[in-house]
Design a protein around this ligand. Structure first.
Ligand code: GDP
Ligand code: IMO
Ligand code: MG
Length: 423
């Protein structure tokens, strides 16, 4: 059972890129299972920083094969740009990347509709990468899959049907100009030529790899609280970043999964609109943003910042079945006198048992906090867990206790070597 799922346990940007890259040293395959170029996974190697949107974060270990699974929505333009950027930086992608033939494609009209809906419908604060509209088409059963690129006539017929409908919507509902079918057919056929070498039946490949005893990391994008089923709906993404998504998004059975590693920051951030109970719209939040460089890796937007939310993390642990916890960015709290953790939600004087599913309730809850004393010293050069200041250890043990998940390792800086194993 050699699959380990590594996923975001909060609202995204927990440091999954760093964690996946670091743990890739001991595996054979890293596979992305959902989302698309809305993700921004940062990997720091030495003094170089790379941000990956579609390519799995295992790319920096030459022995690893990277897979983009059927659950991912692939923007070929973004993909080709990313491949080019890595190749220019001396990282070989050729021969090491496999893309599922039944992954859905992001089309230009998905991005257009994403942008228009953000202006005209309820604002979600999306990344504008066409993710929602692409998944809508997938579930409406009109999506265009990578396999459709292989046959010009099939592609043209499907595109013509889709674009006729989108043009109706664009002109009649939004008063927008129409989309040109022929230009898209030509553009996507050109993409096909350039990505053809990577396309395969990745489900079959992963099953053969499992049989051969290969070790696989399934890399999640976004985070549990952005999950379309379990997050703060409707302020979510349009896929399942939670652990179940790894099985459907790669075509692997749940019985192949050995461990589920939840990555969480030592505090919380969120980009875009939507409820964020522990948000600190005050100097504390500003300090977290400045010290933690909390600006989006994909859109550059300032991230909203707040204290660690143990109630949300308990929900995330339940939904994902997290077996081991990784806490990142502990160093960002180095200079704080006091650190707070939300340990409970109350509604009308009553303690809530679970995480509320509706935005309305989330706006009315009162938060219960536990307070911790800071360690007031830099930990970026600490090399073992035992060498962390006692207050830092106390804080970490509290996070593990409050979430009821064993702590596996702690990250105290963006580099691979700034990682301290506990168990
Ligand atoms: P992801 O989307 O989950 O991969 O996370 P992002 O890459 O969007 O954001 C995490 C940011 O924090 C990146 O800039 C990382 O380089 C950085 N980072 C990761 N771990 C640590 C850490 O332990 N300490 C600090 N200071 N930065 C970190
Ligand atoms: P990584 O993988 C943080 C957020 C957007 C928006 C909502 C819906 O780097 O953690 P979408 O474009 O997906 O339709 O936007 O989800 N969002 C993310 N927030 N990290 C991400 O990815 C995100 N991907 C999407 O800001 O609120
Ligand atoms: Mg990110």
């Amino acid at each position: 059972m050699p699959v380990q799922i590594i996923l975001g346990a909060q609202w995204g940007d927990e440091g999954k890129g760093k964690v996946v890259d670091m743990l890739s040293e001991n595996v054979d395959i890293v596979a992305r299972y959902q989302g698309g170029a809305n993700a921004g996974h940062t990997v720091c190697i030495g003094d170089k920083q790379y941000v990956l949107h579609l390519l799995p974060s295992g790319m920096f270990h030459p022995q690893i094969t990277c897979v983009i699974g059927n659950g991912v929505v692939v923007d070929p333009k973004a993909l080709l740009t990313e491949i080019q950027q890595l190749e220019t930086a001396g990282i070989t992608v050729h021969g090491r990347l496999l893309i599922s033939h039944n992954a859905h494609l992001i089309m230009p009209y998905h991005k257009l509709l994403d942008a228009i809906r953000e202006q005209t419908a309820q604002r979600i604060g999306t990344t504008g990468r066409g993710i929602g509209p692409a998944y809508i088409d997938k579930f409406m059963r009109v999506g265009i899959r990578i396999v459709d690129l292989l046959n010009r006539d099939v592609l043209a017929a499907k595109l013509k049907r889709n674009i006729a409908e989108k043009n109706e919507i664009l002109t009649k509902v939004y008063g927008e100009t129409r989309i040109d079918v022929d230009a898209i057919i030509a553009e996507y056929q050109e993409f096909d030529k350039r990505i053809d070498e990577y396309i395969t039946d990745t489900t079959l490949y992963l099953h053969q790899a499992l049989k051969a005893g290969k070790r696989i990391i399934a890399e999640g994008a976004q985070g549990a609280m952005l999950d379309v089923d379990h997050g703060t709906y409707p302020f979510v993404t349009s896929s399942n970043p939670t652990s179940g998504g790894a099985c459907t998004g790669l075509g692997i059975p749940p019985t192949a999964v050995e461990g589920i590693i939840g990555v969480a920051k030592a505090y919380c951030t969120r980009v875009g609109e939507g409820p964020f109970p522990t948000e600190q719209q005050n100097p504390v939040g500003e300090r977290l943003r400045t010290v933690g460089h909390e600006f989006g890796a994909t859109t550059g937007r300032p991230r909203r910042c707040g204290w660690f939310d143990a109630v949300a993390l308990q929900h995330s642990a339940r939904v994902n079945g997290i077996s081991r916890l990784v806490i990142t960015k502990l160093d960002v709290l180095d200079a704080f006198d006091e650190i707070r953790v939300c340990t409970g939600y109350e509604l009308n004087g009553k303690r809530l048992k679970g995480f509320p599913v509706d935005v309305d309730t989330l706006e009315r809850i009162t938060l219960i906090y536990e307070s911790f004393e800071g360690w007031k010293t830099s930990i970026v050069n600490v090399t073992t867990y035992e060498a962390l200041p006692p207050n830092a250890q106390k804080y970490l043990q509290a996070l593990s206790r409050l979430t009821d998940i064993p702590l596996w390792f702690v990250s105290v800086g963006p580099r691979r070597d700034q990682s301290l194993f506990v168990i």
